[in-house]
Design a protein around this ligand. Sequence first.
Ligand SMILES: *Cc1c(COP(=O)(O)O)cnc(C)c1O
Length: 391
Amino acid sequence: MSEFSNNIVAALRTVLPKEKEFYPLHEPTFSGNEMKYVQDCVATAWVSSVGKYVDTFEEMLAAFTGTRRAIAVANGTAALHICLILAGVESGDEVLCPALTFVATANAIAYCGAVPHLVDSEMRTLGVDPAKLKEHLKAIAEIKNGECYNKITGRRIKSLIVMHTFGHPVDLDPILEICNEYKIKLIEDAAESIGSYYKGVHTGNHGLISSLSFNGNKTITTGGGGAIITNDEELGKLAKHITTTAKRPHKWEFYHDMIGYNYRMPNLNAALGCAQMETLPELLKKKKQVADNYKKAFAGIEGIAFYDEPPFGKSNFWLNLIMLSKENALERDNVLAATNDAGIMTRPAWLLMQKLPMYKDSPRMDLSVAEDIETRLINIPSSPNLAGKGY
Ligand SMILES: *Cc1c(COP(=O)(O)O)cnc(C)c1O
């Protein structure tokens, strides 16, 4: 074990509560009414795809995010799939998306028969770099009949998905400007950013339509689950319709007026979600405390920086991360080995999308910043229960 890795393990130990043997990256916290609401579902037999918890969960999500409509679905990937369909993405289109993201973002594009067009990140947010995107579009895009086309591939560029990486909001204002200029529909993959704000407004409000995830490792969980959020009332109604098999309400008739999806969130999962929503403000406070503790612990250590929220945003600090200096990039795997051996779960960034076989030929811009981030980023344990004394 190198001295550098030793220093990192030691710094992590100053933050992590002593009594644990293993520290996962993110584990759920069930400290409220979870058991009570789930038991209620079982007791009343309302466990499946309709029920009062689904309705309540959707209302709570809309209220918390400040959006007009929230639609609970089976998972975050399904939510993204529907966002893309409702943004008008069709087979043969291109959709701009970050190279540095979880594979679900690119997969949802592929489900539509569309092609992900990979975009670089900026160091300040880890997400889409507006200045670089603008330059890129200037070089490769043209507007024809009010729509954006890639001059090189001939494909229509229908949409841009931005992703708020590990909870840190991207710089949405200049991104929105670009979308307006190029007639591109903005979708926010807010899977990681419930409780994160851009200039005081919750993430997921700026795009046409956005997605959330409640997978087991996310800030709050429904076991598995996701949601679509939007400020467009009509689009919200359509999202509910298309995710619930597109069946027209009728006492007995099975009339489905379009190709719908069975992407419903079961009531059982929504029950867990309602209880999680009740404790979300408390969980976010604890997560901020964990981030503050790490920030102090890593302040004096040469060659490492704790990654803080961007100046214009408020992050939920879903997954905390440290960034090794460029000189120490080659130490990354030593650090990953040393920390995991010590029972402290750490992970590198995702492999960039173009490194996966199905996206190796995806159109892309220069991705040098994402490539740099990929070599130096390490995620560290971030569960709310690590907040320590006083919490
Ligand atoms: C978690 C996540 C999703 C959706 O994941 P599900 O497991 O399908 O809920 C999508 N995009 C990103 C960036 C994610 O982190």
